[in-house]
Design a protein around this ligand. Structure first.
Ligand code: 5AD
Ligand code: SF4
Length: 453
């Protein structure tokens, strides 16, 4: 869900190659892409590529793109333009475009940007090793039947004690504004046994927290022992893995929060008290136009049930402002819903018309109207986020240390509620799960002290 492009620094080792070739990957958009970039680095590692953080020294540059909003998609083209001098200086440099822009635009990318050598959609990453060896330009945006994860090599690069695990891909919901059902295709769930094996492997290599990923993760319905498993069952079985201390999942649709999943929040101690449950709008009229298939009231009732199961749960959401036809009254309904729920965090976006989606046919609102609404909504969310953080001060929470902080003797990690916490702890090491007393709150993080016997 991060909006910030991230450059990955996973180190894939060359196997049997002479001089390692260097791979630079830039990741845009969501956590699924962060995960996919790591897997692509590993797949190309088998072909002798090692990753670099310096684009200028790369033999291959791969942009793992996001198509969800226009700005994200256009950024890819401006970044490609900036690669031109590099390609001119180094004609052998391979430039690849992966991810959802690749899926949505396919060959068009080659027409618009002739410097691109390969275009690969999210379902074809296992074919990357062959694709890089091909002469000339290659485009692969098929939706093959087979599970791409079967063909990707076992994970090597682990980044600390937390890991993502993709359990489901694609989305069947067809929200009127969203390109995901077109770029990522229909929902496909990976079989439970494979996921459990992958989770065990991660834990055996030091992972203590796993976040299950999927575009519509709580729609998970994978083949498991005795039939089809929902996400609740999968979480319960994962929680039984020795040494796996924490579980999370993202991103969910309200209509797929079934009873078993809600009960898991009460019954599975490893399932952390934080839930990202996008509602997008608080106006029934707009929710209907968005094809969300639930009302504001139904969302509020659902939140009540989730809070009954796990009273201390922190909720976050996504919001879109300025959806076609949104009036001041509709927007006020969204603000009312936010006040009624009290979110710990949220992502909010100005509506962006995406070609091929039903909403793109409708007239857009003036930019000033959307800008003002976004500002008002973000101010309210910031207020709620601060209040949720302040409420933590004085409390004891678990913090999983991820890395040393900037100050000497400081560790940084995430609390159970997914707050970043800076802990003064000269004995701390990454991977430790420590009880911490929260002593202070800064704009985007908390401060704390370890509670040691
Ligand atoms: N315009 C603005 N925001 C969008 N999102 C998805 N599509 C669009 C769009 N066309 C937002 C939704 C979604 C999040 C990942 O991105 O809020 O939950
Ligand atoms: Fe897009 Fe999420 Fe709606 Fe699916 S549920 S169409 S991914 S916004």
């Amino acid at each position: 869900m991060t909006e910030q492009p991230t450059e990955i620094s996973a180190t894939a080792t060359a196997e049997g190659a002479e001089a390692p070739k260097k791979l630079f990957i830039k990741t845009y958009g969501c956590q699924m892409n962060v995960y996919d970039s790591e897997r692509m680095a590993e797949a190309l590692g088998a072909k002798g590529y090692v990753t670099t953080e310096v684009a200028e020294e790369a033999d291959m540059v791969l942009l793992n793109t996001c198509h969800i909003r226009e700005k994200a998609a256009e950024k890819v083209y401006s970044d490609l333009g900036r690669l031109r001098p590099l390609k001119q200086a180094k004609p052998d440099l391979k430039i690849g475009v992966a991810g959802c822009v690749a899926q949505a635009e396919g060959e068009e990318i080659l027409k618009r940007m002739p410097l691109v050598d390969l275009v690969v959609g999210p379902q074809s990453y296992h074919r990357l090793p062959e694709m890089v060896e091909a002469k000339g330009k290659v485009v692969d945006t098929d939706f093959p039947e087979e599970d791409k994860f079967d063909h990707l090599p076992q994970r090597k690069a682990l980044r600390g004690p937390t890991a993502f695990l993709t359990v489901q891909e694609g989305c069947d919901k067809f929200c009127a504004f969203c390109v995901v059902p077109y770029t990522r295709g229909a929902e496909v769930s990976r079989p439970a046994a494979r996921l459990l094996a992958e989770a065990r492997d991660l834990v055996s290599r030091g992972v203590r927290e796993i976040t299950l990923l999927g575009q519509n993760v709580n729609g998970y319905h994978g083949a498991g022992e005795g039939g089809t498993w929902g996400l609740g069952r999968l979480l319960r079985e994962m929680a039984a893995i020795d040494g796996l201390d924490r579980l999370r999942y993202t991103t969910s649709h309200p209509n797929d929060m079934d009873d078993d999943l809600i009960a898991a929040h009460a019954e599975v101690p490893q399932l952390m008290p934080y839930l990202h449950l996008p509602v997008q709008s608080g106006s029934d009229r707009i929710l209907k136009a968005m094809n969300r298939k639930h009302t504001a009231e139904q969302y509020l009732r659902l939140i009540e049930r989730i809070r009954a199961a796990r009273p201390d749960i922190l909720l976050s959401s996504d919001f879109i402002v300025g959806f076609p036809g949104e009036t001041d009254t509709d927007f006020e309904a969204t603000m009312d819903l936010i006040r009624a729920v009290g979110f710990g965090a949220a992502f909010s976006f100005k509506y962006s018309a995406r070609p091929g989606t039903p909403a793109a046919e409708k007239p857009e609102l003036p930019a000033e109207v959307s800008d003002a609404r976004l500002q008002a909504l973000q101010a309210l969310i910031t207020e709620q986020q601060r209040a949720a953080q302040m409420a933590m001060v004085g409390r004891e929470v678990g913090v999983l240390y991820e890395k040393p902080g900037r100050l000497p003797g400081q560790m940084v990690g995430k609390s159970d509620h997914l707050h970043a916490v800076h802990v003064t702890d000269s004995l701390g090491k990454p991977g430790q799960l420590v009880r911490v007393r929260i002593t202070g709150s800064a704009p985007n993080s908390l401060a704390g002290e370890p509670l040691r016997d």
